[in-house]
Design a protein around this ligand. Sequence first.
Ligand SMILES: [Fe+2]
Length: 339
Amino acid sequence: MSVTATNTVAPLTVVATSEGLKIDGTDPKYGDWRDDLVRDGYAVIKGAVPKERAGKYADAMFSWLEGFDLGFNRNDLSTVHRDNLPWIDQKGMCLQYAVTHEDFAWAIRGEPGVVAAFEKVYDTKDLIVSFDAINFGFPNRTDIPKNVPWPHQDQDPLKPGFRCLQGLVNLLPNGPDDGGLIVCKGAHLVSEEYHRVFKDEPRIPAWTNEWFGFTDNGMKWLEIQGYEWEKVCADPGDLLVWDSRTPHYNLSSKTQQPRFAAYTCYMPVAHATQEDLERKKDAFERFVGTTHWPNARHVGSNVAKRGEEDDPHNRLEPVNKPALDERTFKLTGIPYMAE
Ligand SMILES: [Fe+2]
């Protein structure tokens, strides 16, 4: 497959026959974190972002929150309240206010160590990236609903096999009780069996088929099969990746330590259609977000609610617009669009 770029000097060529990871029991030994990913359904890539830069990104994220001038102060956790912050849900997700296109979000997406990890998995440099949420997890929040477990896969059970690698860049120290990603270790490999066993069980309602929630019965089945849940711990700058089939959710911090993360998910551009790339370009130009799926199957909005009303502090553009270098701009998919 060959496509022509509209705004690069030379047309970009996409090789569709990738020899990426299979994650089906047939992968060879790689001698690095890919072995963990294949076996456990997740992996931690230590230091994918240098610690110093991770610290700068965390600072920029704190400044972004303080920049709303609503009373939040990073040095006083008593100021963590929905009245003092943009809207952040109980899972820590912030999706609106053009946050996903702030310069720090794009700088994280363009981090060479992060991009390189996905290039290794898919065996191609022709990738596109999601415009996904930023996570601002603060401890001890009583001003918003409790964060209850929502164990799930981010993949349609009718489309089995390894299809998507999700990722997040962790930006603050993240120990066992500091909240964050928890996964059911190794259960990606029994996904098909699970869906055979539970094929007649009513599904937990979801807004997209690419989300499957585990019921209490399903959780018991995983336990009986011997699968255990593990909270993934990380240092600032570590990249966490997981197969979309791996059951997962996130926990809130039980300490005084906030948890900041940027979701970064890449897929080969060869897996996207021209229509997908058009939708993605539109999202990029309007500074709106997507889900973790980089093909922009679902596009978000920058209009957050404050109670019943539109938040008067909504923003339709980033405060600090990103300046994308050539490598990072390719990740928008725009250079791969046909004329
Ligand atoms: Fe998820």
